[in-house]
Design a protein around this ligand. Structure first.
Ligand code: CP
Length: 326
């Protein structure tokens, strides 16, 4: 499916959601609407002067209860480039450290009349909990092992920009699928747009029932790579592991690392992707991660900014009283 084969309804019917908690629940035309909206920001961000004032007077709060480089900075830059006042809540210095509950924290942010709240949290479902308590749009910047919707959207935009369409592509996602919200959101997003998804991991890092999401399960990386159009590597999420899931990083790389030799099993022009942060020499070798023309890893970061600008713009149209969105 491409935008040229798509017609979505005008105004709020094109994206009838109050916030963005997950890809689950988005119709394909709603996903494509966000991708199409993001295209203008890709171009805009390449201009020398990058300032738009459509969110002027609005306040966006970024509350990240887990570490982040790409997502936090791109949401901050996205809000600022659109003219909003952006406030980053410093969790380490916040009253969360004094035992304040997540719900009380959410009620506190709500009382400050924020116009959008962006949340990253280690617990699956924490973002929905906050979204149910506050009056403004809530955007999920990654919740536990559940979803990372803007990552999937930026990955879809990256693939579509490079290949023209997503429909009919074979996408191999390899790594720590068990702990990966990126994998979940990407399976939902890319399969809804017509891609065939393969997931590959050692049995201990493959969640039961993942095939019910529409992904084909592999434990042999060589087989999973055969003829793939896109190879998406995921890091081992050691911070979510209790106990030993792999014998050693060296053995993991031997079986599941993307090396130049192994990459040859995919299509000759297969795209190489990684959401970051990478562990070079474990799930991906440096010569592959930096492969000119093929590696999309920095491109993903660029698309991430555009997607987050599109999401903030679209989700605040109602509060801004934009015609068709009231
Ligand atoms: N891909 C991603 O979410 O990166 P950060 O953890 O740096 O935000």
């Amino acid at each position: 499916m491409t935008s040229s084969s798509l017609s979505y309804p005008p105004g709020i019917a094109a994206f009838p959601h109050r916030g963005l908690v997950g890809i689950a629940g988005l119709a394909p035309h709603e996903t494509l609407f966000l991708l199409d909206e993001a295209e203008q920001w890709v171009e805009f961000n390449r201009l020398p002067q990058k300032r738009d004032d459509r969110l002027s007077g609005l306040t966006i709060i970024n509350a990240f209860f887990e570490n982040s480089t790409r997502t936090l900075l791109s949401f901050e830059i996205a809000g600022k480039r659109l003219g909003a006042d952006v406030v980053n809540m410093h969790v380490a210095q916040s009253s969360v450290k004094k035992g304040e509950t997540l719900i009380d924290t959410a009620m506190t942010l709500n009382a400050m009349n924020a116009d959008a709240i962006v949340i990253r949290h280690a617990s699956s479902g924490a973002v929905q909990l906050i979204a149910d308590k506050v009056d403004c749009p809530v955007l999920n910047a990654g919740d536990g092992q559940h979803e990372h919707p803007t990552q999937a959207l930026l990955d879809a935009l990256t693939i579509r920009s490079a290949r023209g369409a997503i429909n009919g592509l074979t996408v191999t996602i390899c790594g720590d699928i068990l702990h990966s919200r990126v994998a979940r959101s990407n399976i939902l997003c890319l399969s809804s747009l017509g891609a065939e998804i393969r997931v590959c991991a050692p049995p201990a890092l493959m969640p039961a029932g993942i095939d019910a999401m529409g992904a084909e399960v592999f434990h042999d990386f060589n087989e999973a790579l055969d003829g793939a159009d896109v190879v998406m590597m995921l890091r081992l999420q050691l911070e979510r592991m209790q106990g030993e899931f792999i014998p050693s990083p060296r053995e993991y790389r031997h079986l599941f690392g993307l090396t130049a030799e192994r990459l040859e099993r995919s299509k000759p022009d297969a795209l190489i992707m990684h959401p970051g942060p990478m562990n070079r020499g474990v799930e991906i070798d440096s010569d592959v991660a930096d492969l000119a023309e093929r590696s999309q890893i920095t491109r993903q970061v660029e698309m991430g900014l555009a997607i987050r600008m599109a999401c903030l713009d679209v989700l605040t149209r109602k509060v801004r009283g934009i015609e068709g969105w009231t």
